[in-house]
Design a protein around this ligand. Structure first.
Ligand code: ADP
Ligand code: MG
Length: 399
C-alpha cells in the first residue's frame, strides 16, 4: 500500500462526485458499467472513548465522508477488487472454505465476503472498485466503512438485505478474524445504523441503540486530523483492554461498567495508581456519555462542551492515550473559546494520534478552521486536515 494513501484521500469530495469518479475508474479498468453502487460512512465519536469494551455507552455520528464501492458481475472465475486509494488490486475468494490470510487492505473485504459465505449465501465472482473520502487510519473508522460498504455491495448482488444488527456484527467479526483487530461494536453499528441529523447513543453491553437528534443548524461538528500516528509499540490498545479487565477482576465485577464511584474510593490500594486512573476514566466517561446525550437533547450546549473538555483531560491524564499534538489541538481550540464560537473539544478515537472532535457555532466554523490550521502548522510543522460535518446517513445503496 502506498504510504501517502491517507494524504491523497479527498476529504472534501462530495458523495455524488465520489460515485462519479469511482464509476469512471471502474469503466476504465473493467470496460463495463458498474451494476451496483453503494456507500458506507466513517464515523466520529462525540464522547464515550474506551468505554465500548468496558460495557459502557458511546455517542458516535456517521460523518458525511464515505467509502464508495462500485461493482458488477465478473466474466471470469476470479473476483478482482481495485483499491483506487491505495493503488492496489487484490483477488478475493467467494466460494469454499475461506481462511484469513496475510493482513492487507483487502482482508477487510475478504472477511466480509467470508461472513456472507458462512451464512450460506450464494455469491458469484464479481469485480469492484473502492474509492473513499474517509482518511485511512485516522480514527474515523475507514476500516468499518470498508467492511460495511462491502456488505452493502454483496446485498446489492444478492438482491436482498440482511438484518442491520446482523450486518454490523458480521462486519465486526470480519475485522476480528481477518484483520486481527479486536474492535468493539461502535464503528460497524454506526456505519450501518446511522440516520441523518442524529447521533447514535449505543449501549455496548445490551447493544440497544437510541437516536439523539442533532439537528440544530447553528451547531456543527468540526474534525481536526493531527496527521500524526504514534505507532509506539502498537500494543497500547490491547494493553489498555488488559488493564481494564484486570481492574474489573480486582474489583470483582464483570466489566468496569458495573463499578460505582463510591467503590473507587476504597479500591485505590488494591488497584495501584495506574489501574486506578484507568478505572476512574472509564467510570467517569460512561457517566459523561449519558450526561452529554441528555444535554444535547435539551440543547444545553455549554454543558456538552464542558463534558468534552473533561473527557479529554481524563483520556490525557488517567487513561494516558493522548499525545502532544492532540493536546495542542484541544488547547488551541479551547483558547478560541466561547467568544470565538467554540463549544467544546476533545481527542476522539483510540488515541496516540488521529483526530480531535469539536463542536462549534456554524457561523464561526470557517474562521476557527483557518485559525487552527495556521497555528497548528506554526507550532508543529505539520499540516492538519480539518473539515466540518453534520451527522450523516448510514450505509445505503445508490444504484
Ligand atoms: P481507521 O479505521 O481508524 O481508519 P484502521 O487502522 O482501523 O484505521 O483501518 C485502516 C485500514 O483499513 C487501512 O490501512 C486499510 O487497510 C483499510 N482501508 C480503509 N479504507 C480503505 C480504502 N479506501 N482503500 C483501501 N483500504 C482501506
Ligand atoms: Mg478502524
Amino acid at each position: 500500500m502506498s504510504d501517502d494513501a491517507t494524504a491523497s484521500i479527498p476529504t472534501s469530495l462530495s458523495l455524488s462526485k465520489l460515485c462519479v469518479e469511482a464509476t469512471s475508474q471502474y469503466v476504465a479498468r473493467f470496460a463495463d458499467e458498474p451494476q451496483w453502487i453503494v456507500a458506507a460512512p466513517g464515523r466520529v465519536n462525540l464522547i464515550g472513548e474506551h468505554t465500548d469494551y468496558n460495557g459502557g455507552s458511546v455517542l458516535p455520528a456517521a460523518i458525511d465522508r464515505y467509502v464508495v464501492m462500485v461493482g458488477g458481475p465478473s466474466d471470469g472465475d476470479a473476483s478482482c477488487i481495485v483499491g483506487a486509494d491505495v493503488d492496489e488490486e487484490a483477488v478475493v475468494q467467494v466460494t469454499g472454505a475461506i481462511k484469513p490470510g496475510r493482513i492487507t487492505w483487502s482482508s477487510y473485504v475478504q472477511g466480509v465476503v467470508a461472513g456472507f459465505v458462512n451464512r450460506g449465501e450464494q455469491l458469484y465472482p464479481f469485480n469492484a472498485l473502492v474509492r473513499s473520502s474517509v482518511p485511512l487510519g485516522g480514527g474515523l473508522s475507514s476500516s468499518a466503512a470498508l467492511e460495511v460498504a462491502t456488505a452493502t455491495l454483496l446485498e446489492a448482488m444478492l438482491g436482498e438485505e440482511i438484518l442491520p444488527l446482523e450486518k454490523a456484527l458480521l462486519c465486526q467479526e470480519a475485522e476480528h478474524k481477518f484483520a486481527g483487530v479486536p474492535c468493539g461494536i461502535m464503528d460497524q453499528f454506526s456505519s450501518v445504523l446511522s440516520q441523518q441529523d442524529s447521533l447514535l447513543l449505543l449501549d455496548c453491553r445490551s447493544q440497544v441503540v437510541e437516536f439523539v437528534p442533532f439537528d440544530d443548524p447553528a451547531v456543527t461538528i468540526l474534525i481536526a486530523n493531527s496527521n500524526v500516528k504514534h505507532e509506539l509499540t502498537g500494543g497500547e490498545y490491547a494493553q489498555r483492554r488488559a488493564e481494564c479487565e484486570a481492574a474489573a477482576k480486582t474489583l470483582g465485577v464483570e466489566t468496569l461498567r458495573d463499578v460505582v464511584s463510591e467503590q473507587l474510593e476504597f479500591a485505590s490500594e488494591r488497584l495501584g495508581s495506574v489501574n486506578l486512573g484507568r478505572v476512574r476514566h472509564v467510570v467517569g466517561e460512561i457517566q459523561r456519555t449519558v450526561d452529554a446525550a441528555n444535554a444535547i437533547r435539551a440543547g444545553r450546549w455549554q454543558e456538552v462542551g464542558q463534558l468534552m473538555y473533561d473527557s479529554h483531560a481524563s483520556l490525557r491524564d488517567d487513561f494516558e492515550v493522548s499525545c502532544d499534538e492532540l493536546n495542542l489541538l484541544v488547547e488551541m481550540t479551547k483558547e478560541i473559546g466561547d467568544a470565538g464560537g467554540v463549544i467544546g473539544s476533545r481527542m476522539t478515537g483510540g488515541g496516540f494520534g488521529g483526530c480531535t472532535v469539536s463542536l462549534v457555532r456554524t457561523n464561526a466554523a470557517q474562521s476557527i478552521t483557518e485559525v487552527l490550521a495556521q497555528r497548528y502548522f506554526q507550532q508543529t510543522g505539520i499540516q492538519p486536515t480539518l473539515f466540518t460535518t453534520r451527522p450523516a446517513r448510514g450505509a445505503h445503496r445508490i444504484k
